[in-house]
Design a protein around this ligand. Structure first.
Ligand SMILES: NC(=O)c1ccc[n+]([C@@H]2O[C@H](COP(=O)([O-])OP(=O)(O)OC[C@H]3O[C@@H](n4cnc5c(N)ncnc54)[C@H](O)[C@@H]3O)[C@@H](O)[C@H]2O)c1
Length: 257
């Protein structure tokens, strides 16, 4: 039996990167998927590749009207949504002291207000049905601070908090809400040219390499499926051990240990 047999999923920002990996895996596991993005060409191509179980929908996550249209489309094409993956996100590097407010606000709009609108729109349909799983893609930037990406970390910490509040509000109506916290993952966000990546910056991690989109999709599949039926309001870290803590062995070496 496929792990998402008979389920319908909406995945935002799924024209490429992690979202596309999730769409491919979900379809392979029996789900019907509404591939949503602002990248119309890439999204249409992916949905075409996935066949009858997928359909592309232009959906800018900051636009409440487009969320409502997405819900209408998924209901007429595949049925009531069982799964929402709030995956769409943007990353902007800037020193905090000189970052224009408009740039800060744009990141918050896409990464935090977008998932809020998804929770509101799709969560309402799920609550009415009495079941559903919402997966919010946060980041290790939602667990620790990081320089040069203050708007991003603020948005991802916000999404972590929103996840817990939503889990409490919607739990009694059968809707589970969890967050995933990926570390560095090789996608167009981190590697726009798709080049072979220098893994040196991951040398300090327990798993000394960048993550693959499929490794995050595997966690999203678990949370989307009924295998995670007792999980809600929780954080699922997929980061190669990036946030596990400090390796003290170099310090010990300088102490002659
Ligand atoms: N790549 C990483 O290292 C990493 C690490 C931790 C978390 N994340 C998070 O994972 C998620 C997926 O990122 P990715 O690495 O696949 O990046 P990506 O840039 O490859 O994909 C993000 C997708 O979101 C879409 N998008 C952007 N703005 C949108 C909007 N307003 N409405 C709808 N879609 C929009 C983009 O068009 C793109 O297809 C993001 O939320 C990101 O913050 C990424």
């Amino acid at each position: 039996m496929k792990r998402l047999a008979g389920k319908t999923a909406i995945i935002t920002g799924s024209a490429r990167g992690m979202g596309a990996a999730e769409a491919r895996l979900f379809v392979a596991e029996g789900a019907s998927v509404l591939v949503c993005d602002v990248l119309d060409d890439e999204g249409t191509e992916l949905a075409g590749e996935l066949g009858a179980q997928a359909r592309f929908q232009h959906l800018d996550v900051t636009d409440e009207q487009q969320w409502a249209e997405g819900v209408d489309v998924v209901q007429s094409a595949f049925g009531t949504p069982d799964v929402l993956v709030n995956n769409a996100g943007i990353l902007t590097f800037a020193p905090m002291l000189t970052m224009p407010v408009a740039d800060f606000d744009r990141v918050i709009q896409v990464n935090l207000v977008g998932p809020f609108l998804g929770l509101k729109t799709v969560g309402a349909v799920m609550a009415e049905t009495g079941s559903g799983s919402i997966v919010n893609i946060s980041s290790t930037g939602g667990l620790v601070g990081m320089s040069m990406i203050s708007a991003y970390t603020a948005s991802k910490w916000g999404l972590r908090g929103l996840t817990k509040s939503a889990a409490i509000e919607l739990g009694h109506q059968g809707v589970r809400v969890n967050s995933i916290h990926p570390g560095g993952v090789d996608t167009p966000m981190t590697n726009p040219g798709g080049d072979a990546m220098d893994q040196a910056q991951y040398a300090g991690q327990p798993i000394q390499r960048i993550g693959r989109p499929e490794e995050i999709a595997a966690m999203a599949l678990f949370l989307a499926s009924d295998e995670s039926s007792y999980c809600t309001g929780a954080e699922f870290i997929v980061d190669g051990g990036q946030t596990a803590g400090m390796d003290l062995s170099p310090m010990l070496a300088t102490m002659g240990g």
